[in-house]
Structure formats: C-alpha cells, structure tokens
Design a protein around this ligand. Structure first.
Ligand code: ACO
Length: 323
C-alpha cells in the first residue's frame, strides 16, 4: 500500500511586501536582498491567522482531490507558528472543513522541515493500513515572530500554507520514501523563545518571543545537509540524479538551492523555484511550491519528484514521490 498524492492546494495571503518597502523599515536594499537571497517579495498575513490560511489550503487540496472532507481519516499539520499553543492547528482545520468527529488530528513541530515531517507521519499511517485518506498541511506565519527591527532576519521570511490529500492505493506510484532527521545540539542556530504568561513563580524574565538566527552558520549546514539528504533519498530508492524529474526544495535562499542542485548535477529547469515571490514560508514552503508546479502542469504521471528541506531544530528531511 502506498500513499498517493491525489490533490494539492495552497494559500498565500494577498498582502505583498516588496523589498523596496522593507528599505523603509530597516537599513537594507533591494539589491542586497536579491543578490544574497533571491527574494523579491513575500506575503504577509495582516488579517488572517494560521488556522485561517491552513483551512484555505486544506479546502483547496480536498477540492482538487475530488473527495469529501468526510473521507479524511487523519489530519497532520506541520507548523511552529500555531494560532494557539493548543488546540492544535490540525484540530481547528478538522472543525473548519467539517471533517468527521473523532479522527486523529495533530501538529508536528520541525520548523521548515515541518511539512516533510508531517508527510512522513501520514505516510506511515497509510502504509500500516490505519489511514485511507490523510490530509497533510504545512503552514507558518513567521511575520508574527519576526523582529521587524532586525534586518538579518526580517527580509527572509513570508507567510503561507499548502496541503495535500494522500490516498492509500496499490501500485507503483505514490510516496516511495521519506527520511527525517534532527540534531538538537544545534538548537541555538535558529529558535524562537516562547512568550509566557506572567507567573509569580518565575525568577527569570521571559525573553521576547522573536526569531533568533545564526544565518551564516545555518547557511553552511544547510548546503551540506540538503545535498546529503537528496543523496540519501536517491540511494534508498536505487535512483540516480538524472532520474529526478523535478526537485522541489525548501525555499530559504537561492544560493542554498543552487548549491544543492549543483551538487546533484541537476539543470535549472529541473528545480522548482518560487522564493522570489514568497520568501521563506517555513513549513508552507514545499507544499506551496508543489501546488504551483501542479497547477502549471509541470508534473506528469510517473515523474519522480524529490522534496528536500532543512530548518530549526536543526531538522532536515526528504521525500521521494513517483507521481
Ligand atoms: N540588508 C543589508 N545588509 C545586511 C542585511 C540586510 N537585510 N542582513 C545582513 N546584512 C549585512 C550584515 O550585517 C553583514 O554586514 P557586516 O559585514 O558589516 O557585518 C553583511 O550583510 C554580510 O552578512 P552575512 O550574514 O555574512 O551575509 P550572508 O551572505 O551570509 O547572507 C543570509 C545572510 C541571507 C541570512 C544567509 O546567511 C542565509 O540565507 N542563511 C540561511 C538562513 C536560513 O535559511 N534560515 C532559515 C532556516 S529554515 C527554518 O527553519 C525557518
């Protein structure tokens, strides 16, 4: 039994924040951002929450799959910017889309690898026969946790959501492999402290709940781990880089993506890029890119699609799919 992706959907808030507007907020320039990252603009959720945008992406994936919300028997959402500490984003989506009461719904926390972590979990539920139709979501609203005075980070991120519906089917197509990894020793490279309610028992003041990042260090590790994760996926399926029809990498930085593609020897046209328009949308990044690629007709039956991500944790992950 394999998990087939039978529908994709995505949603990005309509508010566009261009590099030129950022020039008026922090000491930066369109030229610096473009040349160091490849990002030209990103979307900002000025009026919508994580649950809102996750629900929109989920509804569009369910519609594309041609199934009813009542067919869904598992919901897993990857996010590190939930609207509430609890209930989970997945629980809100369950209620918002009108899925059946009683099905399992939960979030996984793996920052930018969140969607692939969620996909890994759902794939295992399907392979084991527990789930027949799973909804997998990647969603983040980083604009809520960014220090908008910090030019090192505020130019990099954007808000967005994507989702897929997985269906248990026999045959050659579907998710061929998933690999997920973490190294908590590197946690300080990228983290966001939790803003806590004031307690008379705390003797340490809470840190501001802003994202903190050692960009330069992450950059080097990202280049290494993205390349190694792609190779691991190829090796475990007995495939070669030339078998890849499309690489859909986490959209963090154009230079990281180019280095990964170069290491694999993949030509530009086999790498899907949309970070110029969305920036780094964390867990939203891969399913948002996948949905665009599907809608543009870039993916055909039997194509081999490789997804690869890295993020806070540090975490990294891959998924290989035969379409
Ligand atoms: N505008 C202008 N100058 C800037 C800006 C900015 N927005 N940001 C930093 N600079 C300056 C720095 O202050 C530094 O100046 P200095 O030399 O006077 O000290 C100079 O530019 C160079 O800074 P570097 O950090 O060396 O720049 P680098 O080329 O490494 O690019 C970047 C920085 C874009 C952050 C890069 O390191 C990167 O992309 N790292 C990976 C980050 C990432 O992907 N994080 C997300 C992980 S996924 C997740 O889980 C969320």
């Amino acid at each position: 039994m394999r998990a087939n992706i039978i529908g994709t959907g995505s949603y990005a808030p309509p508010r566009v924040l261009k590099n030129q507007e950022l020039e008026r907020i922090v000491d930066t320039s369109d030229d610096w951002i473009t040349s160091r990252t490849g990002i030209k603009e990103r979307r900002i959720a000025d009026n919508e929450t994580t649950n809102d945008i996750a629900t929109k992406a989920a509804k569009s994936a369910i519609k594309a799959a041609g199934v009813s919300p009542k067919d869904i028997d598992l919901i897993v959402a990857g996010t590190v910017t939930p609207e509430m500490l609890f209930p989970s984003t997945a629980c809100f989506v369950q209620a918002n889309i009108g899925a059946n009461r009683g099905i399992p719904a939960f979030d996984v926390s793996a920052a930018c690898s969140g969607f692939l972590y969620a996909l890994d979990v759902a794939d295992k539920y399907i392979r084991s026969g527990i789930s027949k139709k799973a909804l997998v979501i990647g969603v983040d609203i980083f604009s809520n946790i960014i220090d908008w005075k910090d030019r090192n980070t505020c130019v990099l991120f954007g808000d967005g959501a994507g989702a897929v519906v997985l269906s248990a089917e026999k045959g050659k197509s579907g998710i061929l492999s998933t690999h997920i990894h973490a190294d908590g020793h590197y946690w300080k490279m990228l983290y966001t402290p939790l803003g806590v309610a004031s307690s008379p028992f705390h003797n340490k003041p809470a840190e501001k709940s802003y994202l903190k990042m050692q960009g330069n260090e992450i950059f080097k590790i990202a280049v290494r781990t993205m390349g190694a994760a792609c190779q691991e996926a190829l090796d475990s399926n007995g495939l070669k880089a030339e078998d890849i029809s499309l690489l859909i990498p986490h959209q963090a930085n154009m230079r990281i993506i180019s280095a990964t593609a170069e290491r694999l020897g993949l030509p530009e046209e086999k790498v899907y890029i949309n970070l110029d328009r969305y920036g780094n949308t964390s867990a939203g990044s891969i399913p948002l890119a996948l949905d665009e690629a599907v809608k543009k007709g870039l993916i055909k039956r039997n194509d081999i699609i490789l997804f690869v991500a890295f993020g806070g944790g540090l975490t990294w992950a891959s998924a290989m799919v035969r379409w």
